[in-house]
Design a protein around this ligand. Structure first.
Ligand code: ZN
Ligand code: ZN
Length: 102
């Protein structure tokens, strides 16, 4: 049995976030339980996210190597680049200390 209610709910939330993202006022990330969240980012400065999977803390990072790689892959396949998303997940130093202490 599929939970139709949850499926529809997520789709609606996702559409809402997409509208925000395309308006250039927000982008989307996933919360600690896998739920979609959005946060305000500066659309003028392209960046990627490094996210702690324990506390949800997000650090914005620039990744020139990733930009180069994305452009190369697009060119190789004759694609015109429109967007890409590269988010890194890990455990931040604060959460790691907590884990080590217990
Ligand atoms: Zn953390
Ligand atoms: Zn990028």
């Amino acid at each position: 049995m599929r939970d139709q209610g949850e499926h529809i709910g997520l789709a609606t939330v996702y559409r809402h976030l997409q509208a925000l993202a395309s308006a250039g006022s927000a982008d989307t990330i996933r919360g600690p339980q896998g739920e979609m969240l959005y946060r305000s980012c500066s659309p003028a400065i392209h960046h990627h996210h490094l996210r702690c999977s324990v506390c949800g803390r997000v650090i914005e990072v620039e990744a020139p190597q990733v930009e180069e790689w994305v452009a190369e892959i697009a060119a190789k396949n004759s694609f015109t680049l429109t967007s890409h998303t590269v988010d890194i997940e890990g455990i931040c130093n604060l959460c790691r200390e907590k884990t080590d202490a217990s």
